[in-house]
Design a protein. Structure first.
Length: 137
């Protein structure tokens, strides 16, 4: 086994965070005997993606467990710090909820912002959740 530290994650560039998240999602599917084809990711990091870099769409009969919280889960990668004040504009550019996020909401899915630079402390997480909730209420 090897250990990945916060310092290792902080060294990732803009295109790097998508790869470990995509691979982790695929690994989670294999661990659960689910086809990794339920995970979509790849292509150019700078291509228009509608706000999602990795998307997990599980079959209807699959029970939720592990770190993928909902049958339909979207991950947005950022290689910069995302303070709570910027979550709204990330989810609602020009004040309009991204269609990909609306689609996830319509399917009772989950939208997860993964930042390689943001703090992982409990207080920072709570503040980001408040920022996210303000966007969608």
């Amino acid at each position: 086994m090897f250990e990945i530290t916060a310092d290792d994650i902080a060294l990732l560039g803009d295109e790097d965070p998508r790869t470990p998240i995509g691979l982790l999602c695929e690994s989670e599917m294999r661990r659960r005997d689910i086809s990794p084809s339920c995970v979509r990711w790849g292509g150019s990091q700078t291509a228009a993606d509608g706000g999602l870099d990795v998307r997990v769409a599980l079959p209807l009969n699959v029970e939720i467990q592990g770190f993928v919280p909902r049958p339909n889960t979207g991950f947005q990668m950022k290689a910069e710090e995302i303070p709570p004040s910027e979550i709204y504009s990330e989810m609602r550019p020009k004040g309009i909820l991204r269609p990909a996020i609306r689609d996830l909401a319509d399917q009772s899915g989950a939208y997860i912002i993964v930042s390689s630079k943001s703090s992982t402390s409990e207080l920072a997480l709570q503040r980001r959740r408040l920022g996210r909730n303000a966007c969608c209420n």
